[in-house]
Design a protein around this ligand. Structure first.
Ligand code: GTP
Length: 598
């Protein structure tokens, strides 16, 4: 096979601009999938992806295409997700390509992730083909969108391809442009093998399946290969390509995209970003891998049934193979028993992981309220990372608390600027700039603490801009802030599970909400229970749960002993379901409701 007939490309776009629909049309137009076997968004394989209409995982697919010049080409398309939480998937896929099709909705114009994804592609020196999609819509204004592409992203949009992914109009022209403009991969078939692992999935029968892009040399079944990060050797049991289902082939040469299996059992053996080489003739250097992404949002996952803890661990291990951005470590909570502290790249990432655990692995779990990661400068000069409030040392040992910040870009019609600015201000944002991207559309940029952003920023922005805003953010490091740890005390005893971190200005307000909620939910006990919120030694809120003696026998007249005994036993059982903290029994609902308040 001739490698100059290969084109490797991704489709990148803002959410809902039509990537998946366009991929469907390309599959159809190249005859990769027959029309009668076509279902919408064929590449969105996960059940959640179809239901939510979003792409989460990148899926590669190989198409054969006979171009107008008479040549037979192999087009490898790697579909990518659009949501900001998954941008690490985008950059990974892009690293396996020479070009990218940049899809912009011609009725919507350039949005936040159009810009973010184009920058990712430009960083990797990919050839960009701009596509104006949805030109069948009467509201499409392609000329204006071309100007936006030129002004905001700085690419030449003069020859952008007008397309309707819905009707198929413009798709044949796009295929020709892909062949013409995207460079063929360069690589040397006789050089030592170097193949990049850009993704992996777990299969019950075959173990870890690695998605690879060969850069130099050849991969073939039966070959002995080495994973360079671990220096472990394996015999390849299977080599194949995606059509889009996996089809075995004899070998993969330079520039080709496919998969390999080698009875690999754990993710640590086959890391995404690692280079596969030949054991007999290893390459001198691995390929440039990926930056390891660090989770920034943490929460606890606890099985609903305590005995399911091992099942949850196994499910998390398998999910991590498919989504290496997830981290987890065991933790123990007074209220919920044994579970795991899990780290994610954002809230959507967390939600999706929770749903995948339940759907793909059948584990039902309780997720605790998310918090961000904090850096704490101690008085002895060392820096400690805190993943949960209980990681915080005592107040006297803390010199400074730093929290993660993001740079937020919001794209929206200018009529909503006032409302959006007010929201950003309220969320401790600091204004960084504003510019007009079209006559009535602006880009607003703010620096904001991630903690404020994850709380409810997205929902509130949506409602104050009636859904017309799009946003993107990047992490800009840690900044010192006046943060405090608020402890909640029952009968003067702090209860770990109720502690939370917040800005000093909000401590009273949020402390009040939590104490009020607990007062409502904790049943009266035989003695008075003071509920307090405190910062360090200083109590900022106090309420009392009045004492009561609950006489369950009060309604029992007469001497029916069995009935009395039944009632007493019932009371005993009720007590068992409560959590005993000191002398106070706390129902599980209180722990869960607490998570809604903070
Ligand atoms: P994510 O996977 O979430 O990133 O979205 P996406 O970019 O893949 O968008 P998708 O293909 O799911 O399309 C979003 C919506 O736009 C769907 O309702 C499509 O039916 C619709 N759509 C896509 N292309 C066209 C088009 O050319 N014309 C019209 N009228 N609608 C389109």
């Amino acid at each position: 096979m001739k490698y100059d007939n290969i084109r490797n490309f991704s489709i990148i776009a803002h959410v809902d601009h039509g990537k998946s629909t366009l991929s469907d049309r390309l599959l159809e137009a190249t005859g990769t999938i027959e029309k009668r076997n076509m279902k919408a968004q064929l590449l969105d394989r996960l059940e959640i992806e179809r239901e939510r209409g979003i792409t989460i995982k990148s899926v590669p697919v190989r198409m054969d295409y006979k171009a107008a010049d008479g040549g037979n080409y192999v087009l490898n398309l790697i579909d990518t997700p659009g949501h900001v939480d998954f941008s690490y998937e985008v950059s990974r896929s892009l690293a396996a390509c020479e070009g990218a099709v940049l899809v912009v909705d011609a009725a919507q114009g350039v949005e936040a992730q159009t810009v973010a994804n184009s920058y990712l592609a430009a960083d990797l020196d990919l050839e960009l083909i701009p596509v104006l999609n949805k030109i069948d819509l009467p509201s499409a204004h392609p000329e204006q969108v071309k100007r936006e592409l030129e002004e905001i992203i700085g690419i030449d949009a003069g020859d952008a391809v007008p397309v309707s992914a819905k009707t198929g109009e413009g798709v044949p022209e796009l295929l020709e442009r892909i062949v013409r403009d995207i460079p063929a991969p360069s690589g040397d078939a006789s050089a030592p093998l170097q193949a990049l692992i850009f993704d992996s999935v777990y299969d019950n029968y075959r173990g870890v399946i690695c998605y690879v892009r060969v850069v130099n040399g050849t991969l073939s079944a039966g070959q002995n290969v080495r994973f360079m990060a671990t220096a472990q050797d394996y015999e390849l049991t299977e080599v194949g390509v995606f059509k889009p289902e996996m089809i075995q082939v004899g070998a993969l040469g330079p520039g080709e995209v496919g998969y390999i299996c080698a009875s690999i059992k754990t993710i640590d053996e086959a890391r995404v970003g690692d280079t596969v080489t030949e054991s007999a003739r290893p390459a001198a250097e691995p390929l440039a891998g990926y930056k390891k992404v660090k989770p920034v949002v943490f929460c606890g996952f606890y099985p609903i049934e305590r005995e399911d803890i091992n099942q949850l661990r196994e499910a998390l291990e398998k999910l991590q193979i498919n989504d290496s951005a997830i981290s987890f470590e065991p933790e123990n909570s007074a209220a919920l028993g044994f579970g795991f502290r899990c780290g994610f790249l954002g809230l959507l990432h967390m939600e999706i992981a929770k749903e995948r655990l339940s759907r793909e692995f059948g584990v039902d779990l309780v997720a605790t309220a998310p918090n961000v990661v904090y850096q704490i400068l101690l008085t002895d000069g060392s820096v400690k990372e805190a993943h949960r409030p209980s990681d915080f040392p005592e107040q006297v040992r803390i010199e400074e608390i730093r929290e993660p910040y993001i740079k937020l870009s919001i794209f929206m019609p200018d009529q909503f600027v006032g409302a959006a600015m007010q929201l950003c201000q309220e969320k401790r944002g600091s204004y960084s700039g504003m510019d007009y991207i079209a006559p009535e559309r602006v880009r607003l940029t703010y620096d904001m603490p991630l903690a404020e952003f994850i709380l409810d920023f997205h929902d509130r922005l949506k409602s104050c801009t009636r859904g017309y805003a799009s946003l993107d953010y990047e992490h800009v490091g840690f900044r010192a802030a006046n943060l405090v740890k608020v402890d909640v005390l029952l009968q003067e005893e702090p209860v770990d599970a109720f502690s939370f971190i917040c800005h000093a200005d909000q401590a009273y307000h949020r402390g009040h909400a939590v104490v009020g909620k607990l007062k409502e939910l904790i049943p009266r006990q035989l003695f008075e229970v003071p509920v307090q919120a405190a910062v360090g030694k200083k109590v900022i809120v106090r309420m009392n749960i009045k004492a009561v003696r609950k006489d369950v026998l009060a309604k029992c007249y007469g001497g029916d002993v069995t009935r009395k005994r039944k009632l007493l036993e019932k009371q005993k059982e009720g007590k068992k379901r409560m959590k005993q903290v000191g002398h106070v029994s706390i129902p599980q609902e209180a722990f869960l409701a607490f998570m809604d308040v903070t």
